[in-house]
Design a protein around this ligand. Structure first.
Ligand SMILES: Cc1cc2nc3c(=O)[nH]c(=O)nc-3n(C[C@H](O)[C@H](O)[C@H](O)COP(=O)(O)OP(=O)(O)OC[C@H]3O[C@@H](n4cnc5c(N)ncnc54)[C@H](O)[C@@H]3O)c2cc1C
Length: 637
């Protein structure tokens, strides 16, 4: 396997424009001759499917939800970044680029990140034109707020429902194409494998989740927009259905998996409340614009928050990082919360929580102004905890939230499996080892609306496409493999539920490869996962049959993939003997507990190649060459 990033040459600022000029185009009349499969209808998938259909390609779009509107993207709360500089506070494309590279702890590809910052401004125009109701100032201009890792206000938002509003925009565009007959939508249809013919991705095999029917779909290119894999940890802020199946099956068919160990732990989530909880809830980072994070100075202080005087509170983010304060990036804020809780200064049950306090902001701007900015988030918090964030500080704790790792893609967003493109959270993306808040929506929509529609056309125009039909034997073979696996899962009839295996795997992952990792724990996880996987395949109990709606079977297939993928994730974490961003190895830290990178040995993207069921995956390295930015120890002090 050869990794070629295909980053264009020339000055950073001109790369994308020049590349677009040099790209070959597909004649409008010829576009309808190309079939494209898009798997996923979240922000990345819906925007890509709509844009490609609008251009004239024949598109088929798949999702496992009953409507494209139910994709996990709908949960996104706080906002979307763009370098518009509406606030005149010093923002620019270059600053957004630099903040993203630095925020990712210098582990992202320069050319991609610069393009992302450039395209960010077009996204806002596109969404406004669609009617996305972004918050506005009194005079009508779009409002902004700040997010972590930036000293400018560049985040566009629609209260605490930005993802929902953006998805309605993309969904409308998609529906229009469905109405025009250019895009065919397949809801409740799960992709279970990629079909490879002559070394190219030429289609997929799916299962209809309502009827159990296994079917094949052929295309000239396959696009995966299937989201992130945070649920390998069982408990996360992701929607329950988020999984790694599509990208992991693609991995087994030749698409390298990049940086699987880069997972993001978000500092502001509602703390875990019990053993049988199946989901965690995010409290948007936007709340840190007005909320102040603190814990008592004294260990084991059980007084109620209002009983603790100012002088006895530790606003630890403001103390440690005076220039960014409560808006320190997520990896740093999460570790700082863990540190104070480990010291015995955490609050709430089990001492696993810190306060997010709005009292100062309410005194300053009034409760009404805070309601206007975040009311749905406060309401959500109250429904879950029974406490009002207006009256008492919220309690928060870090939780798994986002995955920076994903399928390795080049500058064209194509994987190492030719004609397989991967976009949105599913690819290894532009965020390096840590994503800045409000940048996932930006990347998903950049990929779907602006990057892929260009690069896919260039791919079609510059390579010869053999038309493959689903009658090709490779489709039959892949269908048989899919059916055998489903049959196997259904025939075990063991004694443990799918959830119990998922929970055990997640606990192991959180303990050994969570907010902090070390060599011993990772080696232990790598050794324990195969045993758990074996037990799964011998003792899992999947009820029902395959010819009907069977959520136990769906879950079992996804957990089976997590069982294999978890080992790859831990292996990647073990191999990366440095700390960077969301990957914090306890052995590698500065004297004051910050991540200590090793640029000399680890300034590369890890891209893992599948070698077969009984062989360890092979590590390939894409060197990260910084021509524009000088790598430095990250500082937010
Ligand atoms: C609670 C929460 C709040 C967030 N808030 C923000 C925010 O304010 N700003 C920000 O920038 N980011 C935010 N994020 C991150 C952001 O929401 C996600 O990274 C982003 O929405 C992912 O979009 P996507 O299109 O890549 O994937 P998703 O939205 O996850 O969509 C995946 C799609 O793939 C389909 N799919 C998956 N597997 C298969 C399969 N095998 N077969 C068929 N279909 C499949 C699903 O049905 C779905 O349609 C937040 C995340 C969470 C969890």
């Amino acid at each position: 396997m050869k990794l070629d990033s295909k980053s264009p040459s020339g000055p950073l600022q001109e790369k994308w424009e020049r590349y677009r000029l040099e790209m070959k185009l597909v004649n409008p009349a010829n576009k309808r001759k190309f079939d494209v499969i898009v798997v996923g209808s979240g922000l990345a998938g819906a925007s890509a499917a709509a844009s490609l259909a609008e251009l004239g390609y024949n598109v088929k779009c798949f999702c496992f939800h009953d409507s494209p509107r139910r994709a996990h993207s709908i949960a996104a709360q706080g906002g979307i970044n763009a370098a518009k500089n509406y606030q005149n506070d010093g923002d620019s494309v270059y600053r957004l680029f630099y903040d993203t590279i630095k925020g990712g702890d210098f582990r992202a590809r320069e050319a991609n990140v610069y393009r992302l910052a450039q395209v960010s401004v077009n996204i806002i125009d596109q969404c406004v034109a669609q009617g996305v109701p972004f918050a506005r100032e009194y005079g009508g201009s779009l409002a902004n707020r700040s997010f972590g890792g930036a000293q400018v206000s560049r985040t566009f938002y629609a209260r605490g429902q930005t993802g929902q509003q953006l998805l309605i925009g993309a969904y409308q565009a998609l529906e229009r194409q469905i109405g025009l007959g250019r895009c065919q939508m397949f809801p409740m249809t799960e992709m279970l494998d990629v079909v490879v013919v002559d070394g190219q991705a030429k289609g997929i095999v799916t299962r209809n989740l309502a009827t159990g029917e296994i079917a094949s779909h052929a295309a000239d290119a396959v696009v995966l927009a299937t989201g992130g894999y945070g649920n390998v940890f069982y408990l996360s802020t992701n929607a329950r259905g988020c999984n790694v199946t599509a990208t992991f099956r693609a991995f087994k068919k030749g698409a390298a998996f990049a940086n699987p160990c880069y997972t993001q732990i978000h500092p502001t989530c509602i703390p875990v409340s019990g053993e049988h909880q199946s989901k965690l809830t995010l409290m948007s980072e936007s709340l840190r614009n007005d909320g102040r994070v603190w814990v008592p100075k004294k260990k084991g202080d059980t007084r109620l928050p209002y009983q603790i005087p100012e002088a006895e509170r530790d606003y630890y983010l403001e103390r440690k990082y005076p220039s960014y304060g409560n808006l320190a990036p997520r990896d740093i804020a999460s570790r700082a919360a863990k540190e104070v809780c480990d010291e015995g200064r955490g609050v709430g049950p089990g001492g696993k929580g810190v306060y997010l306090d709005f009292a100062d902001a309410i005194n300053r701007v009034g409760e009404e102004a805070i309601r206007e900015r975040y009311d749905n988030l406060f309401e959500m918090y109250e429904r879950i905890t029974g406490e009002s964030g207006y009256k008492t500080p919220m309690r928060i704790y870090p939780a798994v939230h986002y995955t920076m790792g994903g399928t390795w893609v080049d500058y064209n967003l194509m994987s190492t499996l030719p004609s397989l493109f991967v976009i949105g959270e599913a690819n290894f993306s532009d965020h390096g080892a840590n994503r800045l808040g409000a940048s996932a929506l930006m990347q998903g929509l950049a990929d779907g609306y602006f990057v892929l529609p260009n690069t896919l056309g260039n791919f079609f125009a510059s390579s010869k496409q053999a038309k493959i039909a689903t009658s090709h034997p490779e489709f039959r073979k892949t269908e048989e493999e899919v059916k055998t696996r489903l049959h196997k899962l259904l025939s075990i009839r063991g004694k443990r539920t799918v959830s119990s295996f998922h929970r055990e795997l997640g606990k192991l992952m959180w303990e050994k490869c969570g907010m902090a990792r070390n060599e011993k724990g990772l080696a232990e996880a790598v050794a324990r996962i195969p045993a758990l996987r074996q037990e799964f395949w011998e003792n899992v109990n999947v009820l029902g049959n395959g010819g009907e709606l069977n959520q136990s079977l769906e879950h079992a297939g996804r957990v089976a993939d997590f069982m294999e993928f978890a080992e790859l994730l831990c292996l990647d974490a073990l191999t990366r003997a440095e700390s960077c961003g969301g990957h914090f190895r306890e052995e590698f830290q500065t004297e004051d507990g910050e991540a200590l990178r090793n640029d000399e040995q680890f300034s590369f993207v890890s891209a893992w190649e599948y070698q077969g069921p009984d062989k360890p995956p092979l590590l390939h390295k894409e060197p990260l060459v910084y021509e524009e930015v000088k790598m430095a120890q990250r500082s937010y002090r």
